[in-house]
Design a protein around this ligand. Structure first.
Ligand code: PRX
Length: 684
């Protein structure tokens, strides 16, 4: 059976609306969570779906705010009088650092809040208890207040590697109402400077250096460069606060600048034992900014609230990630991305769990590293991305079987996961004994939009699942017509209703917020009714007859071949079924007759030979799984694919090579050298 309402007959049609993505993906089999998981799950009451039905909106979101401690309860649940600027839990006052730390002290002060796992394996793992976190956050908060004179509403930029001090600094900001803007540690000085300018922040918190893939990286260099570039743009950075990767030492080669640079480990000694009462923040005060790229223009900052955001991530951590205080939870994302904010720091700590911060590359020094960490710390919830799963599989397909750990739940996020990769995740990493959730959401959303509820819904490889309780999606075609529910037809996925985790707006640019997320499908720009304002996610998706959504990728990741749109992920998924293939990326190559034709870039598993017959097998499987419409123009067997520092495959760069265009600046990639090597292969 295919999920598609349209069957491919191999011919192009001229009457296919460009909005309608023909989906040729095979349906997959269901898997069920083990009874041992279901028995202990946080959410096993099927009644939740009734309570969270659209007719009960917005009342059902009372359940989420009840998971937090408030200084003052809210009086209005949702203010929707100024669409699309929704405001939740009006009148409520709370503090995020109190909810993530103080409220656990009575019962859990001696348990680990954070484990810092250094990349060098001979360095000890540091367990930071809730009491210790309380002490460090307080001292840092007093320092920010007294020494730097920072006040509620000021912005602080944090450009740090994956270390516990990053979480401490975020929570210290939250404690005194300072808005944090964390810039991913792998980003360049230019990116950091742009964000400092945009958020008008004059304090930069950084670290002298860190370990990555066995190498010591001098990070302070980037801070100096950031200050210089910000100054060029007319923006003064007054203070650079530097943590020592080895507290008490300064291991950077860069000179300290008098009056500007502060070695914070030394400075904090004067604040020993100091405490500060958490600021009573309004529910709609901004907790943090998180920059994300749009399809065009400069990065924009999603501005997340205190009450709505924290309620949402707490509920999602409890219901979808099944986090409990006794769990040891490891999310391999970077805190510099939204996944790390929501699901390394705020969600797990709000629930009193132990959350792991791992400094380096998962496969350093070898492919067994993640499983040694899991075994040693007895990790029982594991959270990662399809790209990480594919690269872990590539370097160590049998490694997980050699270690003794047991996950109750595993998470995937960030991109569509190919069913073949999903099955490997479930069977080999999960030992076929864990629940898996495929969570679809975005920086702008705070927390999940679609996922199975792990104890209630079966899993289906390659599908994110139905919407999470409270979220009500709709799929539109290009003209704004609703695509019938469960029809298997693709279109643009939107969310009918507002929800508490949705950003407050884009920092300093309300018009861009409206234009990017609402203009496309707003039914009446003068309407005060939230029903007229569906949220446009920018992803293609289809809903199968069982109600599960399959995300086809960003709208611009969809290839339109002769009037048929094909999700790049569908093709990649087919290619991954071929034995010996490690990774695949599909791009749209221009074609005079058909508009575009797919081209495939493939890396092979170690020891597999790149032959003509391998190329033929790949073509055959695409034609078999999807149809002649998807037959690629070329299959390029390459040693590696260009990737960002966060591991996303840069299909744009590959498309430029295929289309003989300039690739633009590739120096910020994790592996810029591969671009030239691929170009040579392709031009031969
Ligand atoms: O295209 C979707 C994809 O990642 C985009 C959001 O990226 P970002 O804001 O960086 O946030 C990533 C982590 C939440 C989405 O528009 N995406 C995210 N999760 C999934 C996904 N695509 C398919 N399946 C997912 N589970």
């Amino acid at each position: 059976m295919t999920a598609s309402a349209e069957q491919d007959n191999g011919e192009s049609t001229t009457d296919t609306s460009t909005a309608e993505i023909a989906v040729y993906w095979q349906e997959e089999e269901y898997y069920h969570a083990p009874d041992s998981f279901i028995e202990q799950a946080n959410l096993k009451d099927r009644d939740v779906f009734k309570r969270f039905a659209l007719e009960n909106f917005p009342d059902y979101y009372k359940e989420f705010s009840a998971m937090l401690d408030w200084y003052q309860p809210w009086d209005t649940l949702l203010d929707s009088s100024n669409p699309p600027f929704w405001r939740w839990y009006i009148g409520g006052k709370l503090n995020a650092s109190f909810n993530c730390i103080d409220r656990h002290l009575d019962i859990h002060k001696n348990k680990a809040a954070l484990y810092f796992v250094p990349e060098p394996e001979d360095e000890p793992i540091a367990a930071i208890t809730y009491q210790e976190l309380y002490v460090r956050v307080n001292e840092m908060a007093v320092y920010l207040q007294e020494a730097l004179k920072l006040h509620r509403g000021d912005r602080v930029t944090i450009h740090m590697p994956m270390v516990a001090e990053l979480a401490v600094t975020m929570l210290a900001c939250a404690r005194i109402g300072v808005i944090h803007s964390v810039v991913f540690g792998g980003f360049s000085a230019q990116a950091c400077a742009d964000r400092m300018v945009d958020s008008d922040s004059s304090v930069l918190v950084t670290m002298d250096g860190y370990w990555r893939d066995g190498k010591w990286l001098d990070h302070k260099e980037k801070a100096d460069e950031t200050v210089r570039l910000a100054a060029e743009a007319g923006h003064a950075v007054d203070r650079v606060i530097i943590f020592g990767r080895y507290p008490g030492e300064y291991r950077s080669k860069c000179q300290l600048v008098d009056g500007r640079d502060i070695l914070i480990n030394d400075a904090l000694k004067a604040y020993d034992g100091r405490r500060v009462a958490p600021e009573h923040m309004d529910s709609n005060d901004t907790l943090f900014l998180m920059y994300t790229s749009g399809s065009t223009g400069k990065p924009k900052a999603a501005q997340h609230s205190t009450g709505g955001y924290l309620s949402y991530v707490t509920a999602m951590s409890k219901w979808i990630l099944d986090i409990k205080p006794e769990d040891v939870y490891w999310c391999m994302a970077d805190i510099g991305w939204i996944t790390g904010h929501s699901f390394i720091v705020y969600g797990p700590l709000s629930l009193g769990a132990s959350s792991i911060i791992y400094e380096g590359v998962p496969t350093c020094p070898d492919a067994g590293r993640p499983w040694r960490v899991a075994q040693r710390l007895d990790v029982n919830i594991f959270h990662t991305s399809p790209t990480a799963i594919r690269s872990i599989r590539k370097v160590g397909p049998d490694e997980p079987t050699k270690y003794n750990y047991k996950f109750k739940l595993m998470v995937t996020v960030g991109e569509p996961i190919e069913p073949d990769v999903w099955r490997w995740y479930y069977k080999v990493i999960g030992k076929a004994d864990a629940a898996v959730v495929d969570t679809w959401w975005q920086t702008e959303n705070g927390g999940f939009l679609c996922s199975t509820v792990p104890a209630l819904d079966p899993m289906k490889p390659g599908s994110t699942g139905p919407a999470v309780p409270g979220i009500h999606p709709v799929i539109y075609d290009e003209d704004g017509n609703e695509i019938p529910e469960k029809s298997g037809k693709g279109g643009n996925i939107c969310i009918r209703n507002p929800w508490p985790g949705l950003m407050l707006g884009i920092w300093g640019d309300p018009d861009r917020y409206v234009a990017t997320y609402y203009q496309r499908y707003c039914r009446d720009a003068t309407s005060k009714d939230w029903r007229d304002w569906p949220y446009f996610a920018g992803d293609g998706a289809m809903q199968a007859p069982d109600g599960y959504y399959r995300i086809l990728g960003r709208i611009d990741d969809v290839i339109n071949v002769a009037g048929h749109r094909l999700g790049t992920k569908e093709i990649e998924s087919a290619v991954l079924e071929v034995d010996g293939v490690a990774e695949a990326a599909v791009i749209a190559a221009s074609d005079e007759i058909k508009g575009v034709i797919p081209e495939i870039y493939v890396t092979l598993q170690p020891g597999v030979e790149g032959t003509g017959s391998m190329r033929q097998k790949i073509v055959d499987v695409i034609v078999r799984d999807i149809g002649p419409i998807a037959r690629p123009r070329n299959v390029w067997l390459v040693p590696d694919l260009p990737k960002t520092r966060s591991g996303k495959i840069m299909r744009r760069v590959l498309a430029s090579i295929s289309n003989s265009k300039d690739t633009g600046d590739v120096t910020s990639l994790a592996n810029p050298e591969i671009v030239e090597a691929i170009r040579k292969t392709v031009s031969r």
